[in-house]
Design a protein around this ligand. Structure first.
Ligand code: RB5
Length: 158
């Protein structure tokens, strides 16, 4: 993963800024898809932006930060193909990649500090999806998207 997109709301401007610098120092290309203003900013906007960049292949992965990480991850997970996991510690972040093949990691600027955020991002970026039985389960998750489309098509007759 070399090219990343990062999105945030007004609660996470400073954490986002520090993470961009941290990742750039490590050689990552980072696209800033969030707000840089302390003015109130609706987290679904940047959650959606980053999610679209990930599914289009414009970036290799995404990082999302709001107050808790919850709202922004919910928004991202509405986009087909996204597996965004909220993690407040590195163990879950690592496993979210190894077992769930997460393509976006999220956390809360009001929940964890910047040093913990860096550890979470490091573990996530270093981890690799393990495939095998995990692939079957991830496929099952992604099939739910298709099931919803089939249901909608049946209901509308399209
Ligand atoms: C903003 O006040 C807050 O609701 C947002 O940052 C986030 O925590 C939502 O899930």
């Amino acid at each position: 993963m070399k090219k990343l997109a990062i999105g945030n709301d007004h609660t996470a401007v400073e954490m986002k800024r520090e993470l961009i610098a941290y990742l750039q120092d490590k050689g990552y290309q980072v696209i800033n898809a969030g707000t840089d203003s302390p003015e109130s900013f609706a987290y679904p906007v940047s959650g959606y932006r980053v999610a679209k960049m990930v599914v289009s292949g414009e970036v290799d992965g995404g990082i999302l930060i709001c107050g808790t990480g919850v709202g922004i991850s919910l928004a991202a997970n509405k986009v087909d193909g996204i597996r965004c996991c909220v993690c407040s510690e590195p163990y879950s972040a690592k496993l979210s990649k190894q077992h769930n093949n997460s393509n976006i990691i999220a956390f809360g600027a009001r929940v964890i500090g910047t040093e913990m955020a860096k550890m979470i991002v490091d573990e996530w970026l270093q981890a690799e999806f393990q495939g095998g039985r995990h692939q079957i389960r991830v496929d099952m998750i992604m099939e739910i998207e298709q099931t919803q489309k089939l249901k909608a098509a049946e209901e509308t007759g399209v």
